[in-house]
Structures are given as structure tokens and as C-alpha cells.
Design a protein around this ligand. Structure first.
Ligand code: ARG
Length: 484
């Protein structure tokens, strides 16, 4: 211990980049500052490496702001036109990949403004009238999340489509349904797949709710308190497709619950995908043998030639950890922040961008796997024959045919299962005599209740697994998918 402390004390200090000697202070706040920031300051402060992803939204925000400044007479038509032209040019440069990004200019907002100055001269300085980077970044990020939600909705709908297609194909394919991962009752594969259709439908609903709530415009809140200029916030809100301006300027610049809500909805969706991925992994294991993936969705092992690994499903399962982490991270960033803006909030972007990207990838990969998988109905059926899955059907029969109270029927069935277990046969393979050894009133009609086919066919209560109902659910699901 002592030794290592001595080592630390004697060690050379870690290399710290020497402060860069700049001759001029930052052009955005140069009036108050004489010297340039240290290289470390620049490194910790700059967000351009990731917030350049907001370029499109930032330009849209500036265009709307400028249009409003012209309309309200805050900026002259001539200056306004020059600004709009300059913004168009910048949009072209960004699209063409010729725009220069540099950490010295901190973030996307300052990049656009600086370049505008280069292109049109001093009139560029008028764009920032009645605006702050605080309302700017809040606006940009809302627009970005809104777009991400729209993209996600498309991919989620496609995954639902894939599930419905496979559910239709397998409306009558029987496999064991589990509780506690113990064989419980026979179900159909189609029914199982449609369970995920429902989860994804709620995921889309949560995203839609988030979109509706975030769709208010922070623009014009300025730094935090509003502005003395006669701006028209309703106009910029409508130009940007927001339903209204945010009502409170302090809330407008400091709210990030829209990010948290998006990450929350994303974490729930990722959790659903992860559960399906886990099932795919299990089903693809030869121990289950319920499905196989083609070469397109399998990987091999570098040492074990026989292996066919479901890496895609494992990665979908694993990436849920990242998405959940982003939600928790953002909650922690925000939980102690006093109003209004704090630079901590710059930490909102990377997890938001990464979550949208990774979740979209996971959804697309899952749709790929659902379309790719080959079901093995023989293995599924064989597994459903094991584990006395129709025991509940037997108990139900005793209630319905013999009028036995369910609790008593449950007990009798337990005894019958024990007889079958001792003989190593399924319930359907027991003789009538063996069944009657437990309950003498049992007739041969009972055998109709003991097959797995009969079991699923009789599950006709609303939302049940009967193939007939699954086909109807498929038809309804298809209709639901056509709704906007
Ligand atoms: N890059 C900053 C962010 O992402 C923009 C807002 C900066 N505002 C400020 N007052 N320094 O949060």
C-alpha cells in the first residue's frame, strides 16, 4: 500500500494538454473575455462532435425565427433575406459534406452563426436577436426527437407486420405455453407471436403520447425570461409544426422531461424486444429446437464447427441494457438541476441519439429474425406432449361432465397425472381403466379433452389461443396496422 502511494507521489504528473495560446477570445462573447479557453476547457465544453446531428433542426429553427423577425419588423426585410439565403447555403454545405466543423466553435448553433457571418457579413449578427442558445437547443432537440419517433413508428409497424404474417402462418401450430418456464398449457405459435404485436402496439402508443406532449415550441423563451422584443411565438411554433408555444419561458429552456419520456418509452420497447430475443435464443437452442435461423441470421464458432449461434437475438437482448442505461443516466443528470438551463443538460444528446439509433436497429433486426426464422412444428408439438399440459383440460372436463367442484377436480387430476408419470405415458395414453382407478365415473368421452389439439381448440374465450380466434385476431391486427 505504502509502496504504491510513494509511486504515485513520485510519478510524473499525467500529461495535461498545455493551454492553447489563442490571440482572441470567443467571438460570441468576446466583449467580456480577453483570453481564449484552455484546451481542456474546450474539450469538456465542445458538443459539436455529436450535436452536429442537430444541423437540420437547427437550420429549420433559424429559418422560422428569421421569418418571424422579418414579419414583426424586428429585422429589416433586406437583412432577413440575406440571412435566409445564407442559411440555405449552409444547408447545402452540410448536405454536401463540405461544411467545416471545429471544436473551437463549441456547438452546432455557434457553427451556423459563425459561418453565416462569413457568408453574409454583419447582418448575420441580427439572427440571434430575441433568441438564446438555450431556447434554440431545446427547440432543436424537440424537433429531433419528434423525427426519431416518426422513424421508429415506421419500423415498429414493420415489425408488427412481420409478426402478423408469421402468426397467420402458424395460427394452428401448437407449442407448449409456459409459466415459470414450466410447461403450462398448449398454445399456438401464432397466439404467442401476437402477444408481442400487442406489446409493440402499446410501445407505439407511448411514443405517440410522448410526441404529442413534446410538440410545443420553446423558441422565443430566449435565455430564460422571455424577451423585450415584440416577437410572435405562435408564428414560429406553427412554422416548425409545433401545436403551440411552451407556456412558461423558464420551463421551456429547462424542461427535458420530453427526453426522459422518450428514453422511458424506448426502454420499455427495448425490454419487449429483449424478451422476444430471449425466447428466440431459447427456441433456437437444440435443447428446445422450436426454430432455426438461416445462415443469414446465424453466426458460427471459431472453434466449435457444429455451432449455429443466434448472435442477432443476443445483441437485441444485450442492447436493452444500453437503452435502459440511457434512461437512468438522464434521470440522474436532471434530478438535481435548479431552474433553468445548466450545461449538465448538454449531456442529454448522446444518450438520446444513441438510443434512437440502437432501438431502431434492434427493431429492424428483430423484424429480420421474425421473417427469417423457420418454425419446427414437429418439435413444438412433441414438446407440448411432454409435461401433462392438458391436465387443466382434464380438470375442466371433470367439472363440466361430472359436475365435480373445480378444487376437487384439480385434486383428482393431480392423482391421474401421478399415475401417468409412474407409467411414463401422456394423459391421452392412459387407459380408461387407469383413469377410472382415480374416478370411476370417467367415460371414454374424456379422451376428446386430452389431446393438445382439443385443448387449444377449446380455448375460445375472448383473447384465447384457439386457432379460430388467432385467425380472427390476425385479421383484426391487419386492419389495425392500416390505421394512421
Ligand atoms: N451546446 C449547448 C447544449 O447542448 C447549447 C446551449 C448552450 N447554452 C449555454 N447557455 N451555454 O446544451
Amino acid at each position: 500500500m505504502k509502496q504504491s502511494r510513494a509511486n504515485v507521489a513520485n510519478a510524473k504528473p499525467a500529461a495535461v494538454p498545455a493551454p492553447r495560446k489563442k490571440t482572441s477570445a470567443n467571438s460570441m462573447w468576446g466583449g467580456r473575455f480577453a483570453a481564449a479557453p484552455s484546451a481542456l476547457m474546450e474539450q469538456v465544453n465542445a458538443s459539436i462532435a455529436f450535436d452536429k446531428a442537430l444541423a437540420t433542426q437547427d437550420l429549420a429553427g433559424s429559418r422560422a425565427h428569421c421569418t418571424m423577425l422579418i414579419e414583426t419588423g424586428i429585422v429589416s426585410a433586406a437583412d432577413g433575406r440575406a440571412i435566409l439565403k445564407g442559411l440555405e447555403k449552409i444547408a447545402g454545405e452540410i448536405a454536401a459534406g463540405t461544411f467545416t466543423f471545429t471544436p473551437a466553435l463549441e456547438d452546432i448553433h455557434m457553427h451556423v452563426e459563425a459561418r453565416l457571418g462569413e457568408l453574409i457579413g454583419p447582418a448575420a449578427g441580427r439572427l440571434h436577436t430575441a433568441r438564446s442558445r438555450n431556447d434554440q437547443v431545446a427547440t432543436d432537440l424537440r424537433l429531433w426527437v419528434r423525427d426519431a419517433i416518426d422513424r421508429l413508428d415506421d419500423t415498429l409497424r414493420d415489425l408488427q407486420t412481420a409478426l402478423v404474417e408469421r402468426a397467420e402462418e402458424h395460427a394452428g401450430t401448437i407449442l407448449p405455453g409456459f409459466t415459470h418456464l414450466q410447461p403450462a398449457q398448449p398454445v399456438t405459435f401464432g397466439h404467442h407471436l401476437l402477444a408481442y404485436f400487442e406489446m409493440l402496439d402499446r410501445d407505439r402508443g407511448r411514443m405517440r403520447d410522448c410526441r404529442a406532449r413534446l410538440n410545443e415550441s420553446p423558441l422565443g423563451a430566449a435565455a430564460l425570461a422571455g424577451t423585450s422584443f415584440p416577437i410572435d411565438r405562435k408564428r414560429t411554433a406553427s412554422l416548425l409544426g409545433f401545436t403551440a408555444p411552451c407556456a412558461n419561458s423558464m420551463d421551456a429552456v429547462s424542461a427535458r422531461d420530453f427526453v426522459i419520456e422518450f428514453l422511458g418509452a424506448a426502454a420499455i420497447a427495448a425490454t419487449h424486444l429483449s424478451r422476444l430475443a430471449e425466447e428466440l435464443v431459447m427456441w433456437a437452442s437444440p435443447a428446445f429446437g422450436f426454430i432455426t435461423f438461416s445462415d443469414a441470421f446465424s453466426t458460427g464458432s471459431s472453434i466449435m464447427p457444429q455451432k449455429r449461434n443466434p448472435d442477432a437475438a443476443e445483441l437485441v437482448r444485450g442492447k436493452a441494457g444500453r437503452v435502459i442505461g440511457a434512461l437512468v443516466g438522464m434521470l440522474v443528470v436532471m434530478k438535481g438541476l435548479p431552474l433553468t438551463y445548466g450545461k449538465d443538460m448538454q449531456e442529454d444528446k448522446e444518450p438520446t441519439f444513441a438510443t434512437a439509433e440502437q432501438l431502431e436497429l434492434c427493431v429492424r433486426v428483430t423484424a429480420g429474425m421474425v421473417r427469417d426464422l423457420r418454425a419446427n412444428p414437429v418439435a413444438m408439438r412433441a414438446s407440448a406432449e411432454k409435461g401433462y399440459l392438458t391436465a387443466t383440460d382434464l380438470a375442466d372436463w371433470l367439472v363440466q361432465a361430472l359436475g365435480v367442484p373445480f378444487r376437487k377436480a384439480h385434486e383428482m387430476t393431480g392423482a391421474i397425472v401421478r399415475v401417468a408419470e409412474n407409467r411414463g405415458v401422456t394423459l391421452a395414453e392412459l387407459s380408461l381403466a387407469e383413469l377410472r382407478s382415480v374416478e370411476p365415473r370417467i367415460t371414454k368421452a374424456v379422451f376428446q379433452a386430452l389431446s393438445v389439439e382439443a385443448s387449444v381448440a377449446r380455448r375460445t374465450s375472448l383473447g384465447g389461443t384457439a386457432p379460430k380466434l388467432v385467425r380472427a385476431a390476425v385479421a383484426r391486427a391487419k386492419k389495425r396496422l392500416t390505421r394512421p
